[in-house]
Design a protein around this ligand. Structure first.
Ligand code: NAP
Length: 857
């Protein structure tokens, strides 16, 4: 039955948009027996490729990759003529797809959707179009694209111009002839960079108004690369699968090597090869850290700028065309064909709006602060209200009439970029919070359509009518999306990724930068866990496996993955000597931590022989407050310099003299030897504070893990024995008790480096069972904590020791001690002290160093 123009008014699914996403959605839905209709504002299929008809419009992902993979036959019958196909060819492809699968009969064209209202009583959406259609559906899918709503031209006087005005993203279908015209182009993003060389071929005069110069690599377009076609033809499914499980949706090897680890010659070779390759991804994939390491990024920026200088003859114009305002890749890299060389033509001129901004558009041209120019035509290549604009352009009302626009006022909130809490059965294809624009869109579209149609099938089978993200699952996902973005340089740029191109739009990183592979894995796991974080409801009841799909901080997860990749035996299966060797080997190449003024190794008299210490002195003038630091390692592993990066961090950030003291280890010497050594060292440092360069009476203690245990035991002993006077205690993931029955021991028994088994092994090495309840081993069991020094207690959510740390913080508080307590979400036992490796703990670390500063006041 033909849905287009028929009187049918109720559907299983209404999908908005007949671009790449909408077409595939309709095809899939039909194959799965759902009644569906597509509503499209334009009068034909094509989406982006229907509207963006400006001269020079092409894809910037190679056409072989930028095509559907769902039907091997389609891939055989359609052959791309160029590596980067033109807009007309891509549009023909989408028309071909629409015809081949007879999709037009289920699409209503010239049907702009204006409203969508959820009706809880019927569990349906009512969709209203500008031409008065009112349709209902169970599932409402926005397949409206990420770059479809043009940004309003926010240039003063735009309405005054009496010449011809064009927008690259709403280009006349009949084309434009600029012959003998004086043309202005405003905007130098991808659209400007693609169209400017072609407009220059026709115009008698071309003036380009550039506010921000962009990085661009040469497209090196031509016929499809034979080796590319061969690779695809050799094993299509394997090739496509590789793309689906890649970082950006294109099969491409990815280097694990940081920029600084590669020698100069090899760096240059990779950059040149990437540039010659002529694509968006190769250079970025040639090193592991170009979007996370500012210094590496800066160096590659120079490479790009030098390429511009080599192409553009006039040095001033060349300098103006060099991108300088944002890190490379943090706005989408452009692919250019003759763009820079166009500025060598005598009739082409660049106006740098940073120097001479537009004062106003006039009746006859454009006035900058410097000159008046007359034009016959102005082309706006000024971009889009990206990712959210087209979605909230529809007045979407969820449960209780809540407006999506209001819910998204401070930035989009989604679960997986697919659904929004409060909006049951509403979905976005490649919505904010999914890889979308940071990936090959076709791969991401196919993944979303496949996921959604499988979900619809599942709900039908299970007898559920609605599905909706829970608030907790959505919050967790938003945190994860932001955590990932914050590991990169992307938030620095005023890009459309950040919503920064549209005045008044909240500054939030819109897509998901964890990668197509990582994202796909998360979506799959959601399904495997019975649609984790989705509430599924039907007439006979509801079901919800509540939870957060990614709760480990992304950089912590990278550390866990790297350690898992080593395939080492668990420490608790080794002898203490072997365990020490393994840890030393693993930490040999770790990031060193910040520079300090001075590092001094020394020894002090202990109760049973001398004890080594390492002293870290700030570069600032002393005397400094002293922090006596006790290293971690379960009383078995480690030494005075084993927490080197963290000690350096505390030294520089808290401006304190940090003295990390060694103590005798188990099993060679067991409890209470470590306690005795730690206390003797504390006394010696207290007595020698001035000669060490410390400020008298400004002594605090700090420690991580077993070191945290010793640090607080020191506070208890010092109080009992009348000295020394301790100003404060920083306890990082401390061992405070010998009880293994806490919830955190069960929840985090395995998988987060410090395991339950390992902790049992440590205790067994350290302390006889009958001694463990001694407060010098289990300080939580002390009779009283009254009058202990102020404390900062930091625990990690995913640590077996979390609950005993939390219990200690609470016990201190109950005893009237001033306590600052942070439980760090998504962190593990070892990540809080992993300076430079786990940057997601930077805030917590900053709070620790602030606390140490405060102890000394
Ligand atoms: P864009 O990247 O947002 O670029 C817009 C340009 O207009 C920028 O140079 C911007 O300057 C300038 N601009 C905006 N408002 C202005 C104003 N009031 N005064 C002066 N200049 C102003 O938009 P786009 O070029 O259309 O590209 C958007 C995205 O679409 C691309 O990043 C890409 O993802 C996609 N696209 C892809 C292709 C392709 O090759 N397949 C082609 C076109 C587009 P500022 O930077 O200073 O804001």
């Amino acid at each position: 039955m033909d849905n287009n123009g028929s009187q049918k008014k109720d559907f299983d699914v209404i999908t908005v948009g007949a671009g790449m996403a909408g077409l595939y959605m309709l095809h899939k839905l039909r194959a799965q027996g759902f009644s569906a209709i597509g509503l499209e504002a334009g009068d034909d299929v094509g989406g982006t490729w229907y509207w963006n008809r400006y001269p020079g419009a092409r894809c910037d992902i190679e056409s072989l990759d930028y095509s559907y993979s769902f039907d091997p036959e389609l891939e055989k019958v359609w052959q791309w003529s160029e590596r980067y196909a033109t807009q007309p060819e891509i549009l023909r492809y989408l028309q071909f797809v629409a015809d081949r699968y007879d999709l037009r009969r289920d699409i209503r064209f010239s049907s702009k959707v204006e409203r969508a209202d959820w009706d809880d009583s019927t569990s349906k959406w009512r969709i209203t179009t500008a031409n008065g259609d009112s349709l209902t559906c169970q599932y409402y899918v926005m397949a409206t694209g990420c770059l479809s709503l043009p940004k309003e031209p926010d240039v003063k006087g735009v309405e005054r111009f009496t010449g011809q005005t064009y927008f690259t993203n709403r280009w006349p279908h009949e084309g434009v002839d600029f012959t003998d015209m004086r043309v202005a182009v405003i905007g130098t993003g991808s659209s400007g960079i693609q169209s400017i060389p072609l407009i220059a071929e026709q115009a008698s005069q071309l003036t380009v108004f550039q506010r921000t110069a962009n990085y661009a690599a040469p497209a090196n377009n031509g016929p499809v690369r034979p080796e590319h076609r061969e690779k695809l033809n050799a094993d299509r499914e394997a090739y496509r699968e590789e793309g689906r499980w890649s970082r950006a949706g294109v099969p491409l090897p990815r280097s694990e090597e940081p920029y600084s680890s590669v020698n100069l010659e090899e760096r240059q070779r990779r950059l040149e090869a990437g540039f010659a390759q002529g694509d968006l991804l190769t250079i970025n994939s040639s090193f592991s850290d170009l979007v996370t390491n500012a210094a590496a990024n800066e160096s590659v920026q120079d490479f790009f700028r030098d390429k511009v200088r080599a192409k553009v003859t006039d040095p001033k114009t060349a300098e103006d065309l060099c991108a300088k305002d944002f890190p490379l890749f943090t706005k989408r890299l452009c692919l250019e064909t003759n763009y820079f060389k166009t500025f060598n033509l005598p009739h082409t001129k660049l106006v740098n709006l940073r120097r001479t901004p537009i004062a106003s558009i006039t009746e006859t041209g454009i006035d900058t602060t410097d000159e008046s120019m007359e034009f016959d035509a102005i082309v706006f290549a000024t971009g889009f209200d990206a990712m959210t604009g087209a979605i909230v352009a529809v007045d979407i009302r969820g449960r209780d009439g809540i407006s999506l626009k209001d819910v998204w006022e401070e930035g989009p909130k989604t679960y997986l970029g697919l659904n929004v809490h409060g909006f049951p059965n509403f979905f976005t294809i490649t919505g904010p919070g999914s890889p979308s624009v940071l990936s090959n869109m076709v791969v991401s579209i196919e993944q979303h359509v496949n996921w959604l149609t499988a979900a619809f099938e599942h709900l039908r089978k299970e007898g559920f009518q609605t599905i909706e993200a829970t608030s907790a699952a959505q919050d967790g996902w938003i945190t994860h999306v932001n955590d990932f973005a914050n590991l990169t340089l992307y938030p620095v740029a005023n890009s459309w990724y950040m919503g920064a191109n549209v005045p008044g739009k909240p500054r939030v990183f819109l897509p998901y930068i964890g990668g197509v592979d990582t994202y796909r894995q998360a979506c799959n796991e959601v399904v495997e866990q019975d649609y984790l974080g989705f509430e599924q409801c039907g007439t006979s009841g509801s079901r919800c496996n509540e939870g957060v799909i990614r709760f480990v901080k992304p950089d912590v997860q990278m550390v866990l993955d790297a350690i898992a990749g080593l395939e080492q035996p668990p420490l608790d299966t080794l002898s203490p000597i072997q365990a020490r060797e393994q840890i030393e080997a693993n930490t040999a190449n770790r990031a060193p931590g910040p520079e300090v003024g001075e590092v001094l190794d020394g020894s002090l008299p202990g109760p049973a022989g001398s004890l080594n210490y390492r002293l870290y002195r700030p570069a600032t003038a002393g005397p400094h407050p002293i922090v006596v630091y006790y290293h971690g390692g379960g009383w078995v592993l480690g030494h005075a310099s084993s927490d080197d990066p963290f000690c350096r961090y505390l030294c520089t950030q808290a401006n304190a003299l940090v003295i990390s003291v060694n103590y005798r280890h188990a099993p060679e010497t067991r409890f209470p030897a470590a306690v005795e050594d730690a206390f003797e060292a504390l006394n010696w440092i207290g007595n020698n504070a001035e000669s060490l360069g410390g400020a008298p009476n400004k002594l605090s203690v700090a420690g991580w893990s077993a070191g945290g245990n010793l640090a607080t035991v020191m506070c208890q002993l010092a109080l009992k024995q009348g000295g020394p006077n301790i100003n404060g205690q920083l306890l990082v993931c401390p061992v405070t008790d010998c009880d293994f029955s806490t919830a955190s021991y069960n929840e985090n028994a395995e998988g987060y480096i410090l395991t339950r088994n390992l902790m049992e092994w440590f205790w067994n090495q350290y302390c006889k069972a009958e001694d463990r309840k001694d407060p010098r081993a289990s300080p939580l069991r002390a009779e009283s904590l009254v009058d202990l020094p102020p404390a900062m207690v930091v625990t990690a959510e995913l640590d077996p020791l979390r609950d005993e740390g939390n219990a200690y913080a609470a016990a201190l508080q109950n005893a009237g001690v001033i306590v600052e307590h942070i439980q760090a979400p998504g962190q593990i036992h070892t990540s809080l002290t992993a300076v430079d490796m786990v940057t997601s703990a930077n805030d917590v670390r900053q709070a620790m160093s602030d606390a140490v500063r405060a102890f000394a006041k």
